[in-house]
Write a protein that binds this ligand. Structure first.
Ligand code: AMP
Ligand code: MG
Length: 401
């Protein structure tokens, strides 16, 4: 049995992991979830001109001092400006300009009177309410000023950040490139969903679980594929994949059986083994290497083992490669609401559902070959090595998925 703890295994991988510094320019449309490669500064004031926040009349505050419904002030309406247009007239004593929300406030005016506080006059307007200097007046640059820093390097982009970048006027943004991964499933027994299921075969679920989870974590899966239990084929596939990918993930063939072909496959590559076997369940036979210069993480074919170890081993690596803290594993204390009767010789991870400090194990088996009972789970419950049967009310740690 392996003496390597999960933490030691994680550290061995992290020691061979570097942050990706390469950048690329992409369309804002494709920016969600990406990370800014540099600080962003405004090239112009936002808004670029003083503008009206409402529909009304732009005027000089000193001309309408004391105006009220009883003592309205009459102004001559000399122009009309809609949003998107620029007026041609300057507001001078005794005059006003009809103005719409978002339109530039004309020269000479220092306030806007709401249209509800007027008689809506066309040629001449009666003002029923006074306004102070710069009342209902949006200054140029009140959102941000030209030259000011809008977003910092390392910011994760979502809809609001991308909308803000759009307001700056560029349709592109420079971001760090994504981690590129390749995923290979191995096994003579595997059939692809959509194919007919022949005797002795099972559908390949790992390819879906892994590719989809990696994609959700922001990884670009540059290659996905499947080989049979053939070390030559697996090695050839990996040799091709390392040309594009930063890391290669495989499932199957890492245990000690006759068909555990990954050991043989590794011998066919320029390859340094980092470790084989970790003292955890599931995922005990995990095999990691540096192959052709890239990280090669060979997971057990058991669907729960592959899914759990993708979280436990690969997420910390992704966090370091991307600098994204939220990819690091989150451990939380919780109170067990279920029993787990098996004694654990090594640290065991049990699929579970966490809510409000409590954690529950779903119905169905926790066996590493079983995936369906993990549907709806949001964490792995950690049962330390040497723990006797877990009882309701026991304190445990969980790792959020
Ligand atoms: P292995 O790690 O190759 O010894 O496989 C362990 C178990 O997982 C076996 O029962 C396999 O049939 C099953 N298995 C292997 N690969 C996959 C896969 N891609 N999808 C679903 N089950 C798999
Ligand atoms: Mg196999």
């Amino acid at each position: 049995m392996s003496e390597l703890t999960l933490e030691q295994a994680q550290n061995l991988l992290l020691a061979r992991t570097e942050k990706i510094e390469e950048t690329e320019e992409i369309l804002l449309w494709e920016g969600v979830g990406r990370t800014l490669a540099g600080d962003i500064f405004a090239q112009h004031d936002q808004p670029p001109f003083p503008r009206s926040p409402l529909d009304g009349y732009a005027a000089r505050s000193r001309d309408i001092k004391g105006a009220s419904k009883k003592r309205p002030v009459a102004l001559m309406v000399i122009d009309e400006v809609d949003a998107g247009h620029v007026g041609s007239r300057k507001v001078e004593e005794g005059t006003a300009v009809r103005i719409m929300t978002g339109a530039p406030i004309p020269e000479g005016a220092d306030c806007v009177i709401r249209q509800e506080d007027t008689d809506y006059g066309q040629e001449q307007v009666e003002i029923y309410e006074e306004a102070g200097p710069y009342e209902n007046y949006c200054f140029a640059g009140e959102d941000y000023k030209a030259g000011s820093k809008i977003l910092g390097k390392g910011t994760r982009l979502g809809a609001i950040e991308l909308g803000t970048l759009a307001s700056l006027g560029s349709e592109r943004v420079r971001v760090f490139r994504r981690v590129r991964a390749a995923v290979l499933t191995t096994g003579d027994e595997l059939a692809l969903p959509g194919e007919e299921l022949k005797p002795g075969k099972i559908y390949d679920s790992n390819l879906y679980t892994l590719v989809i989870r990696l994609t959700a974590l922001g990884v670009e899966v540059v290659r996905k594929g499947r080989t049979g239990d053939s070390p030559e084929e697996a090695a050839a596939w990996i040799r091709e994949a390392v040309r594009e990918a930063d890391m290669i993930l495989t499932t199957g063939g890492v245990s000690v059986g006759k068909k555990d072909i990954m050991h043989d496959a590794l011998k066919r590559l320029v390859c340094e083994r980092i470790f084989w076997k970790i003292a955890i369940k599931p995922g005990m036979p995990t095999l990691c290497a540096q192959a052709e210069g890239k990280l090669l993480i060979c997971l057990s074919g058991n669907p729960f083992g592959a899914a759990a170890n993708l979280e436990l081993l690969v997420r910390p690596v992704l966090a370091k490669m991307t600098g994204r803290k939220e990819l690091e594993l989150t451990r939380l204390p919780a109170v067990a609401e279920s029993e787990f009767p098996k004694r654990s010789g090594v640290t065991r991870y049990v699929r579970a559902f966490y809510e409000d400090g409590r954690v529950k194990i779903p119905e169905g088996s926790n066996a590493s070959g079983i995936l369906s009972s993990m549907c709806g789970c949001n964490c792995l419950m950690e049962i330390p090595a040497g723990t006797q049967a877990l009882k309701k009310g026991d304190k445990v740690w969980i790792v959020l998925l």
